[in-house]
Design a protein around this ligand. Sequence first.
Ligand code: 5GP
Ligand code: ZN
Length: 114
Amino acid sequence: MEECIFCKIVKGDIPSKKVYEDDMVLGFEDINPAAPVHVLVIPKNHIKSLNEVSDEDSKIISHIFSVSKEIAKKLNISESGYRIVMNCGEDGGQEVPHIHFHIIGGRNLSWPPG
Ligand code: 5GP
Ligand code: ZN
């Protein structure tokens, strides 16, 4: 996926502020944070959205939740609380077509979202 900005971030062609990396996933700060802590966690392989997640990929998705818990701990929002969001498709507000989880925290978040 040569055009995909998140694939470019994985390759290092676009710089990012990394907070976590292993062979399967990457966590980095969102460029336009919605809260004091706003990290995106993505699989390194290109998956367009939740709609394209295969049974095989589901291992990566569960791994992302484990990683997200560790990122929350590292960024000191485990106790204060945080939100994990995945937008899917146009109505869901997905702007980047490479699946990603937002970890948002560091302030009290309103609910329901807009
Ligand atoms: P979506 O709306 O697709 O769920 O979220 C995409 C997120 O990616 C947005 O919060 C946006 O700020 C972030 N984003 C878009 N381009 C870049 C970029 O080049 N670098 C980083 N770090 N974040 C980006
Ligand atoms: Zn991609």
